[in-house]
Ligand binder design. Structure first.
Ligand code: SF4
Length: 101
């Protein structure tokens, strides 16, 4: 019996044309899915960043107000960031969307 001398991944002469079409379609759809998923993930990350309030829109101030501050707010990340307001914050900062932790 004669052996096929084609490199790995190449269709053999005995492979049916329908298998070749199915494989090609699968590869094309997989590539399309991966590109689409990458674009969607990038868009989601940008959308998340864009959803944050600006400091000026939430009456941010660099001092506590009535015992409220970033340090005791549920949105404080503990290291200078806020889940819902863009920018850097000190523990003693405050803004109008403060919520008790
Ligand atoms: S007080 Fe305002 S800026 Fe500070 S953590 Fe809370 S929501 Fe964010």
């Amino acid at each position: 019996m004669k052996k096929d001398h084609l490199p790995a991944g190449h269709a053999s002469r005995t492979e049916k044309p329908t298998n070749l079409i199915a494989r090609r379609t699968f590869l094309e759809r997989t590539a399309t899915f991966l590109v689409t998923a990458g674009i969607a993930a990038g868009g989601l990350a940008r959308a998340k960043a864009a959803e944050k309030y600006d400091k000026v829109d939430v009456a941010w101030q660099n001092s506590p107000k009535d015992g409220q501050s970033c340090a005791n707010c549920r949105f404080w990340d503990g290291v200078g960031g806020c889940e819902i307001v863009a920018g850097e914050f000190a523990p003693d900062d405050w803004c109008a969307v403060w919520v008790e932790a």
